[in-house]
Design a protein around this ligand. Structure first.
Ligand code: V47
Ligand code: SF4
Length: 379
């Protein structure tokens, strides 16, 4: 007999029927998906929904993250990355150090730089378009996915300009798309408790709306595994679904597993594999208008990400190379994985890997080798 805990008391069968009929799920359905202990059934249903959209294909990219500085004016409760000037562990890359990383990425065959940092206390607004211009003029092949909505909002404040004006200037300087960071949990309660000095849920949504309105695609994240309640995660996803209905500008949704070490809420501890799988599965089922769901292996491990690929995820992020935000918060995953390893992980899940650019165009594999360019100084 099945153990009591697995018996479907939460209406999973009724939800299955509606998923099969391609009916949109409700907030109540989302709560039922969070309540079920039948992870295998949940994962199988999310896999069904994913395969209907993406078949067996799983995307990855050859990228490099550049966290240009961790000096930050704010102190969000879940963040171990941010430092004040003079703190041990505080850093800022010079423009030459940024360009050196861009050169390494270019020569390693990368297609994307993922550029984010803290809200730097001293850099003027002009620093940011200059950074993009300096990289893009030397390496036009690299797509620059940069700056969370929180940074865009901060730049607008520094520049005394609207979000839209700042986004347009950054695009002109080489920005290709926005990453999904800074969303955390889009409810006022979590905002007030964990990140009250940072822009709140309404503004995060609005920056993405503006980006989409000028043709800039973006991603959406959700930081889970701290004080959030299930109903708040459902609210978060439905807010994103609503904006996606309006703009169709989101490319992928990415659950981020909270890493507690060195944060102000370290006592909460860390959630484990089943939580990561559940967030992937629930988001695949609720976000019926989101083309892709990404399992971010840096935060979940390659092992758990591989399982997520069989339970709703169809993307893995990329080769990354250097990552500070989670590693300063205790992550023990490697920072770098080769393209061959990513493909092996995907194939091991019974899926078909495809190399993609940031906006999900397929790139032939293996990509032709690149010819080195001279070392490019900013001066
Ligand atoms: O905005 C901060 C989160 C985000 C911690 O768009 C933490 O493709 C875990 O947004 N533990 C940045 N997470 C990362 C991010 C991202 C990553 C990969 C791909 C994409 C994409 C976006 O990391 C921050 C914040 O929400 N974060 N502290 C922590 N202790
Ligand atoms: Fe600063 Fe971002 Fe960390 Fe908040 S999450 S303290 S804004 S770096």
């Amino acid at each position: 007999m099945a153990p009591e805990i697995l018996i479907d008391k939460s209406g999973l069968l009724e939800i299955r029927r509606r998923v099969e009929r391609e009916e949109r799920l409700t907030a109540e359905d989302g709560l039922a998906l969070y309540a079920t202990h039948d992870i295998a059934a949940l994962g199988e249903l999310a896999d069904f929904a994913n395969r209907r959209m993406n078949g067996l294909r799983v995307g990855y990219n050859v990228n490099r993250h550049i966290n240009y500085s961790n000096l930050c004016k704010l102190s969000c409760m879940f963040c171990a990355y941010a430092k004040k000037r003079g703190d041990e562990g505080g850093y800022e890359f010079s423009m030459d150090e940024i360009l050196e990383r861009a050169r390494e990425a270019y020569e390693a065959g990368a297609d994307e730089l993922h550029i984010v940092g803290g809200l730097h206390p001293d850099y003027p607004y002009a620093y940011y378009p200059e950074m993009l211009r300096a990289i893009k003029s030397r390496y036009p092949e690299l797509h620059l996915k940069g700056f969370t909505a929180v940074e865009i909002d901060y730049f607008a404040e520094l520049a005394g300009k609207s979000h839209e004006a700042v986004l347009e200037e950054l695009v002109e300087a080489g920005l290709g798309s926005l990453p999904g960071g800074g969303a955390e949990i889009l409810t006022d309660r979590v905002w007030k408790k964990l990140y009250r000095d940072k822009m709140g849920p309404d503004k995060w949504i609005d920056v993405h709306r503006r980006a989409h309105s000028i043709g800039v695609k973006s991603n959406a994240t959700m930081l889970h595994g701290h004080i959030e309640r299930d109903d708040e995660k459902v609210t978060h996803m439905l807010r994103i679904r609503e904006l996606q209905d309006e703009t169709h500008g989101f490319m992928t949704f990415i659950p981020l597993r909270f890493h507690p070490e060195n944060t102000n809420i370290a006592q909460l501890g860390i959630v484990h594999g089943v939580s990561s799988v559940r967030e992937i599965a629930v988001s695949r089922l609720l976000l019926d208008n989101m083309p892709h769901i990404k399992t971010y292996w840096i935060m979940t491990s390659l092992e758990v990400s591989q399982i997520c690929l069989t339970m709703g995820a169809d993307d893995m992020d990329g080769t990354v190379v250097e990552e500070k935000i989670t590693h300063m918060a205790g992550a023990t995953t490697p920072e770098n994985v080769s393209e061959a390893d990513l493909r092996r992980v995907i194939e091991g899940a019974g899926r078909i890997p495809y190399r993609r650019d940031t906006v999900y165009n397929e790139i032939p594999y293996p990509a032709p080798a690149r010819t080195p360019r001279p070392v490019a100084s900013a001066i």
